[in-house]
Design a protein around this ligand. Structure first.
Ligand code: ATP
Ligand code: SF4
Ligand code: MG
Length: 327
């Protein structure tokens, strides 16, 4: 096993331009990701959870160098890749793949399944001949549980779950060591989600791939992840081994997210429900001062309004960013 984490992200920040600016007007930016730090070990799955707009996709795309970072470093297999470009970046992209949410739009409807899966092999020059490519494609499709004749058919003749299997086969073609899976099962029927997730787990055990697994479904995240990170308004507010996080959450936002399980104190229960169900998500263009969660937090104090809490160790392997919780 490699000595290095597969991925190591430290202090990652991303600013999106909001306006183009001008001669007398500086460009305004949105700080969508702010100081995000985490590692993913070889063969590990880190789940990434948080409400819509919290920056999960931005983190995933920045790691893959599809969105420029404005601060921090990204290390991949022990090498700093924050600034690589040109041929080195193209080579790197083979080792880091993405699986997207919508299997209906992510596969080109005019291409046969076999060509879709062969494409990355051909683009990266990894198949010696078209026969070799066909053979590799057959093996990949078989590995993800697609029928033998799938290569000659078009995407429209398959279900959502099957198309996502094709998306996974395509991502596997270049033998990546990291896959960013951005809500890979969210668009699928509940009945097939578990099958696709189990396939991803089997492939991980067999091939030692690391996953950054982005999702809203907390049960699925608990099932597939070794550790889970919770994002709120561009920051990681808690990160821990999955059972620690689900059984002993530290951050009030994590607690609220997991609040499907009722607690005895009706006041606490009401506050949690309000946090999760209130529609007023953060306006990331004008984030709150201090702890970005303070306007919604039942425990907020003056300190929370003034200063941003650092992500600190609260128990072994369990980090959270809160002034008023934990050690
Ligand atoms: N290309 C862009 N230009 C400007 N702002 C963007 C861009 N992409 C995302 N944003 C903003 O950055 C923030 C984070 O977006 P992101 O898509 O990363 O969130 P997310 O956590 O993946 O949300 P969801 O759960 O809805 O997929 C949001 O406020 C979003 O509006
Ligand atoms: S730092 Fe303060 S506002 Fe933020 S989560 Fe903790 S108690 Fe709530
Ligand atoms: Mg997203």
């Amino acid at each position: 096993m490699s000595r290095h984490p597969t991925l190591s992200v430290s202090g990652l920040s991303v600013d999106y331009p909001l306006t183009s600016g001008g001669l007398f007007r500086p460009a305004r930016t949105v700080n969508a990701v702010d100081g995000v730090t985490f590692d993913i070990a070889p063969g590990e799955t880190l789940g990434l959870v948080g409400e819509s707009g919290s920056g999960k996709t931005t983190v995933g795309r920045t790691i893959l160098r599809r969105v420029p970072s404005s601060g921090g470093r990204i290390q991949f297999e022990g090498r700093d890749i924050t600034d690589v470009d040109g041929a080195a970046l193209r080579k790197l992209r083979a080792r880091m793949q993405i699986v997207l949410q919508d299997p209906y739009t992510s596969l080109n409807p005019r291409m046969k399944i076999g060509d879709i899966v062969a494409e990355p092999l051909l683009v990266h020059g990894l198949a010696e001949s078209s026969d070799a490519a066909r053979h590799a494609v057959r093996q990949l499709l078989d590995r993800v549980g697609m029928p033998a004749d799938a290569a000659d058919r078009y995407p429209h003749s398959f279900s959502g779950g099957q198309r996502q299997r094709v998306g996974i086969a395509r991502a596997l073609a270049l033998k990546p060591s990291l896959i960013v899976a951005d809500e890979p099962v969210s668009a699928l029927d509940v009945s097939v989600r578990a099958q696709v997730v189990n396939l991803m787990q089997d492939l991980q055990r067999e091939l030692g791939i690391s996953y950054l697994f982005i999702a809203h479904d907390l049960a699925i995240v608990r099932h597939i992840s070794h550790r889970v990170a919770i994002m709120y308004a561009g920051r990681i507010v808690e990160i821990a081994p999955r059972n620690d996080l689900y059984d002993n959450p530290v951050h009030p936002y994590t607690e609220a997210l997991l609040s499907a399980v009722p607690v005895a104190n009706p006041k606490v229960q009401r506050a949690r429900r309000r946090i999760v169900h209130t529609g007023d998500t953060v306006d990331i263009a004008n984030p709150p001062s201090g702890c970005r969660f303070h306007p919604r937090c039942p425990l907020a104090t003056d300190q929370c309004r003034q200063a941003s809490p650092p992500l600190l160790v609260k128990a072994p392997g369990h980090l959270a960013a809160c002034w008023n919780r934990g050690r």
